[in-house]
Design a protein. Structure first.
Length: 363
């Protein structure tokens, strides 16, 4: 029974692995920049701007490699329309902790996404993302927002469907602090408005949204915010989230703090969060929770990165803590092609181990 449950959990985790990414805090720390340096969205992720496209073409470097200097592909169809494509395929194998028989062995087509950005003026961009899914009831990326940008002092306004500003936008959303800790799907978009200021070294943003992605019976009562500074020696930020669900009388509050630092070929980063969920007694009453992650990266060479990562989650004062240990290798053999090899040991109620190979084609 335990084996069957652990394998089922492994499959669920694999199926949920990042359906949308592209914004790695690792790269932001290495270059000492904020997310808006490479992406249209001030919170990072999704459609890449001209600099972000060039950074990916250079295998995550600021200088052009002579070997690939003849690549002339451009994301721009013309001066005001740009496109992007993200495709991911995952292979995962898993078994019960201490077991030797592989209970899971499968390929998962995680992502197939088309991004389009239309910039009719220097101050306005309309960004659209559309993703495919292997099952009709699974999440499907469908961002659509207007972005008024390049105003004085880096001020901007984002209106439409977008992802909420909270914490580090990891490419692995199965990390406890992104999945179990938050009361919403960190990969899904929400509908509303976000205002803020974003420059190459600073950002501050606050969003007012529905909380459900589309119109619902609840009045819009979801607020999220993030504030931070960026530099290569140290980047740091704080986040906050508040939501009141009127139909269930449930209140969610979360806060988080993160820090990153790079020195030569080494990068360390981490995030910690705490929060409460207050519900009527028949819904479980009050729940206090904490979560954190920490990782260390070493850039072996251009296009090769090794990583050790630790995740931790305390769901309440009674349930045992969950811990996850990971060892990963990122390989970028040629521009717009990435391979990730990973081993993950889950020390949970249903303990199991995973072996993953992810193929990613970001363009």
């Amino acid at each position: 029974m335990i084996r069957a449950l652990s394998v089922a959990l492994a499959v669920a985790v694999a199926a949920g692995v990042s359906s949308r990414a592209g914004a790695l805090p690792l790269y932001a720390s290495r270059e000492g920049k904020t997310c808006v340096t490479c992406h249209y969205d001030p919170n990072g992720g999704g459609m890449r701007n001209d600099f972000g496209f060039l950074y990916g073409k250079n295998r995550h470097g600021l200088d052009t490699e002579e070997k690939w200097s003849k690549i002339t592909v451009d994301s721009r169809l013309n001066e005001w329309v740009a496109i992007g494509v993200d495709t991911r395929l995952l292979y995962v194998a898993a078994h019960e902790k201490g077991g030797t028989t592989i209970g899971t062995s499968t390929f998962v087509p995680m992502q197939g996404q088309l991004n389009v950005a239309v910039t009719p003026t220097d101050y306005l961009s309309v960004v659209m993302s559309r993703g495919i899914t292997i099952d009709s009831d699974q999440f499907q990326a469908r961002e659509l927002y207007g972005l008024i940008h390049d105003l004085p002092h880096g001020l901007y306004a984002q209106l439409g469907r977008f992802r909420l500003p909270f914490g580090l936008r990891q490419d692995d959303h199965t990390s406890y602090i992104r999945q179990d800790f938050l009361p919403y799907n960190s990969q899904a978009d929400d509908a509303g408005v976000e205002i803020g200021a974003a420059g190459p070294r600073y950002f501050g943003q606050v969003a007012f949204t529905n909380g459900s992605g589309t119109a619902s019976a609840d009045r819009a009562q979801t607020f999220s915010a993030k504030l931070g500074l960026a530099s290569r020696p140290l980047s740091a930020g704080v986040s906050g989230f508040h939501q009141y669900q009127e139909t269930t009388a449930i209140t969610h509050d979360r806060w988080g703090v993160y820090a990153m630092s790079s020195w030569q070929k080494f990068t360390v980063l981490g995030e910690a969060g705490a929060g409460t969920t207050v519900a009527p007694s028949f819904f479980g009453g009050k729940q206090n929770m904490k979560a954190a992650f920490a990782e260390a990266d070493y850039r072996v060479s251009r296009g090769v990165n090794v990583r050790g990562k630790f995740d931790w989650f305390e769901p309440d004062d009674v349930t045992p803590n969950s811990r996850r240990y990971a060892a990963e290798v990122d390989i970028v053999p040629v521009p717009f092609t990435e391979v990730k090899l990973a081993f993950r040991h889950h020390d949970e109620v249903l303990a199991f181990q995973e072996y993953l190979v992810q193929f990613y084609f970001p363009f």
